[in-house]
Design a binder for this molecule. Structure first.
Ligand code: GTB
Length: 217
């Protein structure tokens, strides 16, 4: 069944791979599934046609036959459940891998998003200077715990899974701040994830998409 996802018409990061369509592209590459990408402008995201797919007017969305999904956690979980390669067969190992998807989104990503909001949406507020180091320390606390858990193993729970895909995607978001590099084990973990051929293809495709000429050539 044909898979179509949506992405920013042109990502504000110019193709650094930080917009959330990259994690969906990556999951589809790991699963060996071809897909099409429909660009959506900021204005179109808030129009009824897109809101019918995504109630919050965001990207990415995922369409497959009659199924339409939003939320990258749900999309990646769906891909990992429907296609082989991203979740172990053993039921307990599968449950643990799914736990890491939730941990990435619910425990590690929130302070990272808070930092982005504080920098880019609230950077001009008088209290911003005092708030930023507090958020950075909350991130450091979480990354310290994650790094201690990871130790010197390659992936979070045995073989690479959708849990690692989501965790690495979340950690990539904090790398530009320099905080990730304070945790060499996590920096190496992310580098291992980025070296996967599926990630490389996903990254290259989103870069080409975000740097294509306006005429589509
Ligand atoms: N919880 C949702 C999910 O995981 O799918 C969050 C989706 C979301 O935040 N989508 C963002 C969006 O559509 C794009 S990814 N924003 C437009 C809007 O809300 O109007 C967030 C993002 C945007 C830009 C960069 N960047 O340029 O570096 C990185 C990440």
């Amino acid at each position: 069944m044909k898979i179509t996802i949506t992405a920013f018409e042109r990502s504000p990061d110019g193709g650094m791979g930080l917009a959330r369509d990259t994690r969906v592209r990556w999951a589809l590459e790991e699963a060996g599934q071809p897909y099409a990408v429909r660009p959506v402008s900021f204005a179109a995201m808030k129009q009824p046609a897109h809101l019918a797919l995504h109630p919050f007017g965001q990207i990415p969305t995922y369409e497959e036959g009659g199924l339409a999904l939003f939320e990258t956690g749900a999309i990646v979980f769906h891909i990992a459940s429907r296609y082989p390669g991203l979740l172990p067969d053993d039921a307990d190992a599968r449950a643990r891998a799914i736990t890491w998807i939730f941990a990435a989104l619910n425990t590690v990503e929130p302070p990272i998003l808070e930092l982005a909001t504080a920098k880019f949406a609230e950077g001009d507020k008088p209290w911003s200077k005092e708030r930023l180091p507090l958020i950075a320390d909350r991130i450091r606390h979480r990354l310290g715990q994650l790094s201690a858990h990871l130790g010197d193993v390659e992936w979070l729970d045995g073989t690479f899974s959708a849990g690692d895909l989501m965790m690495a995607s979340v950690l990539l978001r904090v790398r530009p701040s320099g905080i990730l590099d304070e945790f060499p084990r996590l920096a190496a973990y992310v580098a291992r994830a980025e070296a996967r051929p599926a990630y490389q293809r996903a990254f290259a495709d989103q870069l080409a998409f975000n740097t294509r000429s306006p005429t589509g050539g």
